[in-house]
Ligand binder design. Sequence first.
Ligand SMILES: [Zn+2]
Length: 484
Amino acid sequence: MRGLVSSIQPGGTMRTVQSLMHKFDWKHFAVTLLLIGPAVIPAIAQEDMHDPTESLQGKPQASLLPRPLGAIARQDVDEKGMAALIHGMVNCGTRLSISSWTDPKRGIGCGRDHVLARLRQFAADSGSKLQVIVDKYTAESERTGGGPAAMENVYAILPGSDPKLVKTLFIVSGHMDSLSSRWTDPVPDAPGADDDASGTAVSVECARLLSKIAADGKSPFRATILFTAVSGEEQGLLGSQHLLEWTKQQGYTVGGMLDDDIVGADLAPGGPHRVRLFSGNGEVDDCDSPSRELARTIEEIDGRSAIRMIFRVDRYGRGGDHYYFYKAGLPAVRFTEPLEHYAHEHQTPRMEDGVEYGDLEKYLSFPFIGDVAWDNAEALRQLAMAPAPPTEVLLKGAVTPDAKISWSAGDDPERAGFEILWRETTDPHWQVYDFVPNAGETTLKGVSTDNHFFAVRAVGKNGARSIAVPTVPAARSALPVKKQ
Ligand SMILES: [Zn+2]
């Protein structure tokens, strides 16, 4: 993918050299150089750059498996097909969740029909490996017009090929409903091109790209992938709340949930045009949430030039369909365009004081939406190929010179082993400390428990990595593990 990540950024190296120049005792250095010769220069620099108790010299030099072959090519993303779906959805006039589910020309039912038609085509193309279902339910909130309202979610399921992981679910989701300036009124137009026909188109395009891979011979996807278009988002995240319940009823464990909401426009001038990826902190001290670990995994797969990680659960004061998954302790993140334009969201189309309001197709950027679909699809591809993450990942060794990390994992003949990860407490990115073939306990010689955070992830023989599981203190192992 774009911008493969190197463990040391060029900018960081420059800054380190500059700070050494300031700190260095040049007079003493000149004398030393005369006495012992220039061979000492690297050793002095090395000692000055790293805390002596955690020197990189002591770090094992593990050889690491390359990432899985067969990455999705950018030119395989069908921007025209995504544009056609968005156009069809916008032409439904409004897709308010409490508009008509039965009128084929206007209302949310019209939007659902466009999504279904496209997914059913992909299902047929995949030889029925992709399975499409409509999940009907009722839901109520203060925005459903005074009582329970009929709702529908569309699901396309690509079952995993590995019996061990077929009940692990990776979800990509957009919401097909839209909103005008009048939140419970189905009369005004609510085109919802960006919010969220764009995210729906990303989810549907992922279904096309990944079901095509699964249809060609033996599916590489060990876990199950679910492509969803939910309703009721604008009425209070009703569709995604229902989706979370549905995953429990079906006996799935959610391995990751990728919410795409407002991913259609890229109006901000300049900049690298990275999609924002929001993830919440979690509630455990010194240990990031599974959502944060999912965000890191996606950034590592897609590259830092594609993904801008934002360390907050959502835009300030706002919410989205990943929220209830995140609150349930599951890995759930939100993709959103680089900078939103509020005159284009939740507005009845109109001109007012020379300003055009409305969430219209003309503001969309299809090269950008195509990039977001690519980012989602490649992340899902690698996640669904990966072994299960390790469990019971504990840190021991407080008040001793060495950190000790232990973890458990079920049998898995497709797993090559585990990567021990570490990072400075202020560094947002993991680095690989070592590779270990088997679960159990490993000692990080001369590494203090205090100055880094640690994690473990599983690595498949195919090179796919699970999300990282950060350590918790061994004393905390009695804490209930959050499960859905
Ligand atoms: Zn939205």
